[in-house]
Design a protein around this ligand. Sequence first.
Ligand code: MG
Length: 257
Amino acid sequence: MKGKFLLTALVIGGFYTANAQEKAKPEDTEVYSPVPPEVKAGKKCGEAPSDAIVLFNGTNLDQWVMTDDRNTPAKWNVGKGILTVNKQVGNIETKKSFNNYQLHIEWRVPANITGTGQGRGNSGVFLASLGKGDAGYELQVLDAYNNKTYTNGMAGSIYKQSVPLANPAFKPGEWQTYDVIWNAPVFGTDGALVKPAHVTVIFNGVVVQNDTELKGPTQYIGEAAYRQAHGPSPIKLQAHGDKSEPLSFRNIWVREL
Ligand code: MG
């Protein structure tokens, strides 16, 4: 009797399953809109795609201003297609502000670099500049080739917040790349944090930050926290105050997401 009941249940169960499968079609889960916009990708590694905003193409700093006085054009040195930090004048940042984006930037520690630790080829990409000086969220730039320092302050780190997953640094004199996906923090109308910032960083083709959640803007001393709401912000490059030879940048572009 028990066996007969089980058999009946199996038959009925099978019937319903088969029936459900008959009704569902592959097309049911195929979508045709929205259609992604066509983008002409760069042919060479690092080349800007057709929809990118080129921030530095090797010829001028038209897209940049001084951080401490945004009415002043950026006074770093441009020559031979590259941009070199001018430590005397301070940080520079983009004229334009960004929310979420994809950024490509190449940087080079000079071959003749001197100094040690944080004093050896230090710069930084502030993924959202929050005003004068170093205010903002810093993706560290530093010589990381046989150069010992605290690991949450090495190249590829979110400075003093997140140690990179690997160290793929090339030696001084070689060009290195950062490809960044930045998701800005979201604040409510009351100014309270709704969603913290997240960042993915690919350093010389190697993932070093994988959707890392940020605790707040970079804090040199003490713990980071979201203390003030903000909207879209410029991207800032750091003129670090150490005495080592200045770094260079090239091929900088951004795609808004
Ligand atoms: Mg730095």
